[in-house]
Design a protein around this ligand. Sequence first.
Ligand SMILES: [Zn+2]
Length: 253
Amino acid sequence: MGQNVTVTGMVLKWMPAGDYDRRITLLTTERGKITAFARGARRQNSQLLAAASPFSFGEFELFEGRSSYTVAKASIQNYFRELTADYEATYYGFYFLEFADYCCQENNDEREMLKLLYQSLKALGSPSFDNRLVRVIFELRSMAVNGTGPGVFACARCGSRENPALFSVRHAGVLCAACGKESPAAGTYRLEESALYTMQYILSMPVEKLYTFAVSDSVLSVLMQILKEYLAVYLGHSFQSLKILSDTGDFTG
Ligand SMILES: [Zn+2]
């Protein structure tokens, strides 16, 4: 027997289903990542048309059938219109949604990821943030949320907290000056103090406090390089939305 459940969540993506329906993927507080059918959502006058679109965040009342959910009602609190009004920010946003879709699972506790996604989309929609920095923060913190973040508080080889000097992709974290000397140069990056501090901040602050700072161009540039290589090794997935970003200009590093 079916029953109604109310979940708080965000639409990550939709696919057409049947003639007029949408099949949507939702990232929810209560059930992790789920898919649900939005009946009639492709009809022009459907109340679900906007609700069943990417970025829509709010409360979804779902009918839980034997093998699938159906959206009965949606009360959207944020469509992220300030984000979708900006072409570049929109594609960064699509990348974040695709990233979350790739990393999250059904019936898993994805509350931290949902919170991170929400705050990151808000930062993308704000003109005061460099989108590339938002991307660095989102990527680094997401990896940590998924249990594959780097160690940035002690040397990844010897555990020393003295003289952190390099970041090593292979060691998934920082190396002290002594260990750095014995490591191959490939995949290691010299870290100025502010770059190290930025990584420590991103990995330790509550999500609500992540988007409160700016960095210099040199720090941003080294963090972008590190993340690019780190994700290639520890995530190893090529995202469709990133291809669009790099095809349409020099948004990506
Ligand atoms: Zn060491």
